[in-house]
Design a protein around this ligand. Structure first.
Ligand code: PHE
Length: 448
């Protein structure tokens, strides 16, 4: 795609191209870092079940909503609400999405930097350069964190200056199957190790008494984060989508790919934790996990090191490189939201907008790199709380402002029989009642 200007919007090269880009946005650290960490710290199989319910019952309907708003308006999240109604409030919802995108990206790039650094850690460990390896595992080292986050941000900015589809499609097409392949190989290895079955039980046998309002709140935020919902990333991606596409079908595919990869990551990491414990690695202090933010980054290298030798280092390097690419296809979508906003609403040229916004985000990333304890609060405010609130308002926008008839007219492109389908009867019920009520209830009960 050529450089995009505000008059000439880019579009995806092909149907598969869009699915790959949206799946690339969804699949990222949320699946491989966020989800397993939360399962481990917040309720095992009980968490998994609530997460799946949130994904299918709340996330999927909101994804269809975002994509249809994006395609109907062909705008960034702020412009989209302006284009579809005269309502003065909803453009602010778009602006909230832009802010969430910026803030999420600023901590996301620090964690992505860790993942990238671990690819080198594996090599240094293999070569016996322990000082270098230890430097890369030290998630508290500000200078190291900052350097890696800046590298990550520069790569993201560079790709965004080229427009939406160049590169993302190709990267995702090879990255995703390889990532799944390597995770499956690792699962098979882990399951043969001592202690693994304790982890499998923890992951798959629910103890319903662990379901609390906190758990539900966290699972809902995780579902929004992992599916890239609630901040307009998919409004933006939908704005480049062809009228030929069947939106509900595409959304179903993206949701299943995202959930599938999160599920596999859990099946790898939770058993691996118990294997590590039976090998004497201190990951629990009493009943509590010793660490949480960087849990996955302790467990996985330990696993590659126990595999050891050339096989261990190769698996480790390839895995962390793939994880970095998965994170990159997500950071691209996070940065695309504010950048497309600046291009459309402030008539700035694409590469200028990308550098301006990108460097601004990089500045916040550097602060977080030195102060990693901020990650928890940022992710609480802008992800766990911010994204579901955005999702709630998007549902209300379709239900009461744009109206379901208009939304269904949009969905008819690519799905001509939609008005006679069961989808047309059920989806509005989710937008009018189920999603807003569930989200509002969860947020309120979390505050109480
Ligand atoms: N879904 C991405 C992940 O799981 C993160 C993301 C959130 C991307 C919100 C875009 C918007 O890693």
């Amino acid at each position: 795609m050529a450089i995009q200007t505000s008059t000439e919007r880019g579009s995806w090269n092909s149907r598969l191209g869009f699915i790959l880009a949206a799946a690339g946005s969804a699949v990222g650290l949320g699946n491989i870092w966020g989800f397993p960490t939360k399962v481990a710290t917040e309720g095992g199989a009980a968490y998994l079940i609530i997460y799946l319910l949130c994904t299918f019952l709340i996330g999927f309907p909101v994804m269809v909503a975002e994509l249809s708003i994006g395609r109907a308006s062909r705008r960034n999240p702020v412009g989209a609400f302006k284009a579809l109604s005269n309502n003065k409030f909803f453009p602010l919802v778009g602006l909230w999405g832009v802010i969430c995108g910026v803030m999420i990206l600023s901590f996301y790039s620090v964690i992505a930097g860790w993942a990238f650094g671990y690819a080198f850690e594996e090599i240094f460990y293999f070569l016996g350069w322990t000082q270098m390896a230890d430097l890369l595992t030290d998630t508290g080292n500000g200078w190291k964190n900052a350097l890696l986050a800046v590298i990550f941000m520069l790569a993201t900015i560079k790709i965004i200056t080229g427009g939406v589809s160049d590169g993302i499609e190709k990267a995702t097409k090879t990255m995703m199957p390889l990532l799944v392949g390597i995770i499956v190989i690792m699962i098979l290895y882990v399951l043969t190790q001592d202690g693994a079955m304790d982890g499998v039980r923890e992951y798959l046998l629910p103890d319903f008494s662990r379901i609390t309002t906190d758990l539900i709140f966290s699972a809902m935020g995780q579902a929004f984060f992992s599916l890239s919902l609630g901040m307009g990333a998919l409004i933006t991606y939908g704005s480049y989508l062809s009228k030929k596409e069947n939106i509900p079908q595409v959304a179903a595919f993206v949701t299943l790919a995202d959930v599938g990869i999160a599920f596999l990551a859990g099946l790898l990491i939770i058993p691996a934790m118990y294997v590590a414990r039976s090998a004497g690695i201190e990951i629990f202090v009493g009943d509590q996990l010793a660490s949480s933010t960087d849990l996955v980054f302790q467990i996985l290298p330990a696993l590659f090191h126990t595999i050891g030798g050339f096989v261990g280092v190769t698996l480790g390097v390839v895995f962390f490189l793939l994880l970095s690419i998965a994170a990159l296809t997500s950071t691209i979508s996070l940065l695309e939201v504010p950048v497309s906003y600046v291009i459309d609403e402030h008539q700035m040229e694409r590469s200028k907008a990308a550098w301006l916004v990108g460097l601004g985000v990089t500045f916040i990333s550097v602060v977080i790199a030195f102060q990693t304890s901020l990650i928890g609060s940022f992710s609480y405010i802008f992800s766990d709380l911010g994204l579901p609130i955005g999702g709630l308002l998007i549902c209300l926008f379709i239900a009461f402002v744009w109206k379901k008839e208009e939304a269904l007219n949009e969905l008819e492109h690519g799905f001509p029989t939609i008005k006679q389908s069961l989808f047309a009867k059920v989806w509005p019920v989710f937008l009018y009642v189920i999603c807003p009520a569930a989200i509002a209830y969860n947020i309120i009960s979390n505050f109480l």
